[in-house]
Design a protein around this ligand. Structure first.
Ligand SMILES: Cc1cc2nc3c(=O)[nH]c(=O)nc-3n(C[C@H](O)[C@H](O)[C@H](O)COP(=O)(O)O)c2cc1C
Length: 180
């Protein structure tokens, strides 16, 4: 099977963020069968005006070519980062009929409250959010080796997410041309 083109969106942009190390861990764990593009929102300029300026076209192209998307998101005040909402709202059709998985992290909830807020947002964009979710509680306490966090748990959740990304990614890739 052709590799699933997977966009891994890093949704925190703070200078001291853990998000980059979480994304690096996920990319190392997810295994073969994926052609990964790490879409780091810290490297893109996305206008709050949603006027298509800045790097909106760059983001649109990278999400458009993806067969599947993983949002690596922290929890901020029981929600998800504002920059992620701007990224989501900046595009329309590139999200359509795309499977979206979550690698969430945060404090006690492991980012799951952010994920639950993202599901209805993505449903509005005709994306399919995946049941499998990777969740890392107390992410700031995790050791970091070679730029990647080293959690004691999470490998099984990544395997299940990878399985669902592969199934939905290939099914929707085949289906999209029939009703663009
Ligand atoms: C503004 C802000 C709000 C936060 N709110 C929550 C929260 O509501 N629940 C939680 O579990 N963690 C919360 N945290 C902790 C973050 O989830 C945690 O620090 C995480 O590592 C942040 O991701 P980042 O380092 O990639 O930015 C908050 C952190 C920040 C900076």
């Amino acid at each position: 099977m052709t590799a699933i083109r997977l966009a891994v969106v890093v949704a925190s942009v703070r200078p001291e963020r853990v998000g980059e190390a979480v994304a690096r861990w996920f990319c190392a764990q997810v295994g073969e069968g994926f052609d990964i593009d790490v879409v780091d929102l810290a490297t893109l300029v996305l206008p709050d005006a949603l006027d298509g300026g800045g790097d909106t076209d760059v983001l649109a192209k990278r999400i458009d070519v993806a067969d599947a998307i993983v949002l690596v998101t922290p929890e901020y005040n029981r929600g998800y980062p504002g920059v992620l909402k701007t990224a989501i709202d900046s595009l329309t059709t590139p999200w359509h009929a795309k499977p979206v998985g979550f690698v969430a992290y945060g404090g006690v909830s492991g980012g799951l409250r952010a994920v639950e807020q993202l599901r209805p947002v993505l449903a509005e964009l005709h994306a399919v959010t995946l049941q499998a979710t990777v969740s890392l509680p107390y992410a700031w306490d995790l050791p970091v080796v070679d730029g990647a966090v080293v959690p004691t748990r999470g490998a099984a959740a990544v395997r299940e997410l990878a399985r669902q990304l592969t199934w939905w990614g290939s099914v929707l890739r085949d289906a999209r041309p029939y009703d663009p």
